[in-house]
Design a protein around this ligand. Structure first.
Ligand SMILES: [Zn+2]
Length: 82
């Protein structure tokens, strides 16, 4: 696996597994983030990503795959009707 930091998956650079946590700061109360239990909103030496922003990235990453799937199914349809 590469070490890209998009989306939900991944480990922190300290080796800890990333997990979904809830922010408890005054700025972002209750906002979900994906991060390392040793890090937080202010300590970004550890894995830290807002879950809502990660969701957008996941969807963006998915778009080309969905296009490929659509093309593949079109090809299949043509093949079946031929
Ligand atoms: Zn960490």
């Amino acid at each position: 696996m590469d070490h890209h930091e998009r989306g939900f998956s991944g480990h922190c650079r300290c080796g800890e597994r990333g997990r979904l946590l809830t922010s408890k700061t005054a700025n972002n109360p209750g906002r979900l983030f994906f991060g390392c239990r040793f890090g937080d909103e202010k300590n970004q030496n550890h894995l830290f990503k807002w879950a809502d922003e990660s969701m957008v990235e996941e969807i963006e990453d998915m778009k080309p795959k969905i296009n490929d799937l659509e093309k593949a199914s079109l090809t299949l349809e043509k093949g079946l009707s031929a």
